[in-house]
Each structure stands twice: as C-alpha cells, then as structure tokens.
Design a protein around this ligand. Structure first.
Ligand SMILES: Cc1cc2nc3c(=O)[nH]c(=O)nc-3n(C[C@H](O)[C@H](O)[C@H](O)COP(=O)(O)O)c2cc1C
Length: 191
C-alpha cells in the first residue's frame, strides 16, 4: 500500500469511539501516548506559536480528574443539577486509559487572532484522532463537563486569556462501529 492509499484508508476509517465502547481498565503504554502527542504538535499553527497545552491524566490521575469535574459540576450546576450528568462526569474518565485535557495558551508575542490559535488546536486534535486510529485504539473529543467553565481553567494550568477546549479520551476498543455509509456516498457524488 502506498502513502496515499494508506492515508485514504486511515482518514476514512476514523471514528469517534466513546467511553462505553472502551475495554475498561486496559492501559495503553505511555510511550504510545507520547507518540500520539508528538504527532499532535506537528499541526500547522500561525506564527509558530504552538498554542496547545495538553495535560495527560492516567492511572490515579483519572480519579483526580473525575473527582474534580464531578464536584465542580455539583457545586456550580445549581437548579440545573442532574444526577445522570454527575455520575457520567465521575465515571467516564475511569473507563479510559488516558484522558488528555486540551488547552489553548493564548499567543501573546505576535498579532495572531484568537480564532487562529483555536484552528491550530483543531488541527492538533485531528492529528490525535488519526494517530489513535492508526494505533488501532479508540477515542473521542468531548466538550462537555467543565470545558467552558472559566473557574475550572486553573486546574489545568490555564490563565485568564487561555481557553479549555475539551477532553480527548483514549482507550482500547471493545465495541467498534463502522464508518457511516453516507461518507462513501458523498465521496462518490463528488466524482
Ligand atoms: C469540536 C468537537 C466537539 C465535540 N464534542 C463532543 C461532546 O461533547 N460529546 C460527544 O459525545 N461527542 C463530541 N464530539 C464528537 C462527535 O460527537 C463526533 O465527532 C460525531 O458524532 C461524528 O462521529 P465520528 O467522529 O465518528 O465521525 C465532538 C467533536 C468535535 C469535533
């Protein structure tokens, strides 16, 4: 298979794999996560500002993340509190092997609009998605929980001008879902 054929297959087989589809408790080698993040930081970024800040949670760290986000939700949800959401925030990190908090450290040295920092991180996230697929693992980005909560940012080493953009969950796949047929049909229609 040449590079183009390999990439076609990789990009077209990428899917989100959610925590309930993971083999709970099965750990991925940290070296693989380092390789995945090395690919992530090869993403294009304006002015070579490299605005991403990744915080990786694994082992006991997953419990720390789970406790932080579920308690934050409990303290701040007010009358919108839902027991189901609280339990998901408490349990989902523990189903993953690694969770990567995706932060944006705002570029300050150059006159780069904020949306360009965010686009660069979107590119890095896609590199993570494709790398996870290439390793035969599963994962997805969630923007739920504490993602857009200003008061939560400090926990992830982010300052006032920075943003928390989501969480990338990674695990071994127990239940795989095939890519949707609509994608193939759209490609054919464009020919
Ligand atoms: C910016 C962004 C935010 C997302 N946030 C969530 C989320 O909060 N919860 C969730 O279940 N999936 C989330 N996803 C994953 C999407 O649900 C998923 O990509 C979509 O269902 C398409 O499925 P696929 O990735 O398998 O093609 C997000 C994806 C992106 C790109």
């Amino acid at each position: 298979m040449n590079n183009a054929e390999f990439f076609n297959q990789l990009a077209r087989s990428r899917r989100s794999v959610f925590p309930d589809q993971f083999e709970a408790g099965k750990k991925i080698d940290d070296e693989i996560i380092k390789e995945i993040l090395t690919n992530a930081v090869r993403a294009p970024n304006h002015g070579k500002e490299e605005p991403w800040r990744f915080t990786v949670f694994t082992g006991n760290g997953l419990k720390k993340l789970a406790d932080f986000q579920s308690e934050f939700y409990k303290q701040n949800a007010g009358e919108n509190f839902k027991e189901g959401t609280y339990l998901k925030l408490q349990q989902n990190p523990l189903k993953a092997s690694h969770v990567i908090a995706v932060g944006m450290k705002r570029s300050v040295n150059k006159n780069i609009p904020e949306q360009e920092d965010i686009i660069a991180i979107g590119c890095a996230i896609q590199n993570i998605y494709l790398s996870v697929t290439a390793y035969g693992l599963g994962g997805y980005l969630t923007t739920g929980g504490v993602t857009y909560k200003e008061k939560a940012k400090a926990f992830f080493g982010l300052g006032e001008a920075d943003k928390l953009l989501g969480f990338f969950y990674i695990g071994h796949v127990a239940v795989y879902v095939l890519p949707p047929l609509t994608t193939v049909i759209l490609v054919l229609l464009c020919q």
